[in-house]
Ligand binder design. Structure first.
Ligand SMILES: [Fe+2]
Ligand SMILES: [Fe+2]
Length: 187
């Protein structure tokens, strides 16, 4: 399936707000892919589809993972929203024939993961720094993403983990593992 077809399909599934975000992620992912020597067409496809499962209900997530034999952990059972990564990846594989690399980028865009490649990092960053995003620190995140993909990732993981600590919320271990890996690679 080509970009226009996937875009129309995503548009029919998501709210206007989230569809607009998805288009912005596709645009930012394309820019980052060009900057970091990855395939911009592939980045756009992943970007437009990355939140395809974001608007499902808790019940729908749990039914989907059960019906499709997707393994989930204790944290995901509680924070079901995290599942829009794994579920979205599975939907894109079955509906749009996304390959392993594309599926992984969608799978990992929620928590991060030590197995992320550059394309997955591009999607993770594009999701959080696309042009319409507004939050404390977004400008700094954009600057860090210009230094390197890893610096952008470290900044956003650190910010996310700090936020969860402040609110005494669960932190997914994949985020912590990735954070540690990137800090070690930095030395
Ligand atoms: Fe998402
Ligand atoms: Fe998103």
């Amino acid at each position: 399936m080509n970009y226009e077809k996937i875009k129309e399909d995503v548009k029919s599934i998501l709210s206007e707000y989230r569809f607009n975000h998805s288009e912005m992620v596709a645009k930012k992912a394309e820019e980052l892919a060009i900057e970091y020597g990855e395939n911009p067409e592939i980045a756009k496809l992943i970007g437009i589809a990355h939140d395809i499962a974001k608007e499902m209900t808790d019940e729908e997530y749990l039914k989907y993972v059960e019906d499709n034999n997707i393994k989930i952990d204790e944290v995901e059972k509680i924070n079901t929203k995290l599942l829009h990564g794994k579920v979205g990846a599975d939907i894109c594989k079955k509906k749009y024939n996304f390959n392993e690399q594309m599926q992984n980028a969608i799978k990992y865009h929620t928590t991060g993961n030590i197995n992320m490649d550059n394309m997955a990092k591009i999607i993770y960053l594009a999701d959080k720094i696309e042009d319409t995003r507004e939050y404390d620190g977004v400008e700094e995140a954009r600057e860090k993403a210009k230094i390197s993909l890893n610096e952008g990732m470290i900044y956003l993981l650190s910010r996310g983990i700090k936020k969860s600590l402040d609110k005494e919320k669960l932190i997914h271990s994949d985020s912590v593992e990735l954070y540690n890996k990137l800090i070690m690679e930095r030395e």
